[in-house]
Design a protein around this ligand. Structure first.
Ligand code: COA
Length: 209
């Protein structure tokens, strides 16, 4: 198993990356934006993505996007092929893309939005903190990326203030605090409860419409 910085030689994986994302979105039924092979190829080519392979077989993928003139970077599109789940691969891929982000953009705040408990756990262990959307980039292009998520209407309805996703942010200026927190585990129960409250509030309203 290897995790490498992606390049053009990985274009052949663009289709399977998109298919795996689309299939997972169907199964999970919430909170994953779709991507096209062309979009993935751009990410593979620009030196800002990592790909995990098992003897040439696709295992997983994640990429960096730069926002607000490098003030922020997002680690997005995390996907692990179903054959390789629950083996700690997402943790390794996220760590690799996090290390690449810190190396290439040392002053940038690193953020992500997710409905997934696995991702919240991983982010928390890397030193991210849950934050409101107002702490994240206000770059409209970032939020446009949510258009293909089935919950986009919620984001629109709340004037981009909240959605089913939780925003999480790593601030390099608070690195020391993050290190101290590392041994600490995310309070999964609290996040499950928060998610269920949000679903109750937002999805109920949506159904009533
Ligand atoms: C979410 C996903 C990336 C996790 O990949 P994975 O390789 O199975 O995750 P890992 O094995 O590295 O697990 C990391 C942690 O999350 C936990 N976890 C994994 N899947 C989980 C799930 N479905 N629900 C809750 N926790 C989960 C693991 O137990 C582990 O926690 P621990 O450190 O306390 O043991 C993978 O299931 C996936 O690709 N899903 C579809 C796409 C997706 O949801 N992407 C995220 C979009 S924001």
């Amino acid at each position: 198993m290897e995790i490498v910085i992606a390049n053009e030689s990985h274009f052949k994986y663009a289709e399977i990356i998109c298919e795996t994302i689309a299939e997972s979105a169907k199964v999970r039924g919430t909170g994953i934006a779709k991507r096209t092979p062309e979009y993935i190829k751009q990410r593979l080519a620009n030196g800002n993505a990592v790909i995990a392979l098992d003897d040439g077989k696709f295992v997983g993928f994640c990429y960096i996007e730069v926002w607000g003139h490098e003030k922020y970077v997002a680690n997005s599109g995390l996907i692990v092929h179903p054959d390789y789940r629950n083996l700690g691969m997402a943790k390794k891929i996220k760590k690799a893309v996090f290390d690449l982000s810190v190396k290439k953009f040392p002053d940038a705040k690193i953020f992500g939005i997710t409905t997934g408990l696995a991702v919240m756990k991983i982010n928390y262990e890397l030193g991210y903190q849950p934050v409101t959307f107002s702490e994240l980039t206000d770059d409209p292009q970032f939020w446009k990326g949510c258009q293909t998520c089935k919950n986009f209407d919620i984001l629109t309805r709340t004037d981009q203030k909240m959605c089913l996703c939780t925003g999480m942010l790593y601030d390099p200026a608070k690195k020391q605090a993050a290190k101290e927190q590392k041994e600490d585990k995310l309070n999964s129960k609290a996040f499950k409860r928060l998610k269920s409250i949000k679903e109750h509030l937002f999805l109920k309203k949506k159904q009533k419409k």
